[in-house]
Design a protein around this ligand. Sequence first.
Ligand SMILES: NC(=O)c1ccc[n+]([C@@H]2O[C@H](COP(=O)([O-])OP(=O)(O)OC[C@H]3O[C@@H](n4cnc5c(N)ncnc54)[C@H](OP(=O)(O)O)[C@@H]3O)[C@@H](O)[C@H]2O)c1
Length: 248
Amino acid sequence: MKKAALITGASSGIGAATAKEYAKNGYFVYLMGRNKERLQEVALKCRNGASLMSCDVTDTPALNKRLEEMLTTKIHRIEVVVNNAGIYETHSIEGGLDDVWARQMEVNLMVPVRIVRAFFPYFKEQGLGSIVNIASTLGLRPTGSTSAYSASKAAMINWTQSLALEGGAFQIRANCVCPGIIDTPIHQFHGLAENEKAKVLDSLRNLQPLGRIGSAEDVAKAAYFLGSDLSGWTTGAILSVDGGINLK
Ligand SMILES: NC(=O)c1ccc[n+]([C@@H]2O[C@H](COP(=O)([O-])OP(=O)(O)OC[C@H]3O[C@@H](n4cnc5c(N)ncnc54)[C@H](OP(=O)(O)O)[C@@H]3O)[C@@H](O)[C@H]2O)c1
């Protein structure tokens, strides 16, 4: 059976780059996201085979149906789950109403919790599994106006270490990538006209000791390293991929 990886949020940004990185390294990839056309475009670039798992991950019955399809079909040996789908909203403390918190806690934390809960028995039976959670440097050091998002990512980091502790006896590893500022559609500046975008990138450059913001591919390489057996003796790690931004 071919080894396989599930990547959530594979229709865009970091998830799309991560899917391509796994495919390049011989994995069959399960691509989860809402936008079918963009998932299809990513699938076309994954030469080792891809299956589209289109669904809104907050629609729990739809998510469960997709998970069941993957876990019962057993065409491939799923070794890796990359919990990458996420949303980012800025707000003041007073503006952080229940729905703002609920949305971000749901997509960024509870959906990964549900996915891993479904995968744990499968990984236990297989005697092998690797979970990569895409958190954020904001989960390590928050900024103003990102409190709900930062708290959701801080919880994800902490949860990753619980997974590593409980999963270790079954050879289930769990690790976390904390990206810094990455040029993806999650940021409004991503889609700006070239000259406007250049101005924004210039203003962000010096925040990083390495002198630039990151690309989706920078993060994808780390997500591949932590998911694959390149990091076979690493679990509970929190890897910042951020150009050094949190050192400043
Ligand atoms: N970019 C950064 O600077 C940065 C920094 C730190 C951490 N991160 C984290 O990296 C991860 C990926 O973000 P990105 O920057 O690549 O952003 P992005 O380009 O906006 O991608 C987000 C992905 O999440 C998916 N998604 C969101 N809500 C969903 C839902 N309800 N159901 C199904 N899929 C959903 C989107 O799918 P559809 O479009 O198909 O709905 C999309 O594929 C996120 O967890 C984010 O918090 C990003």
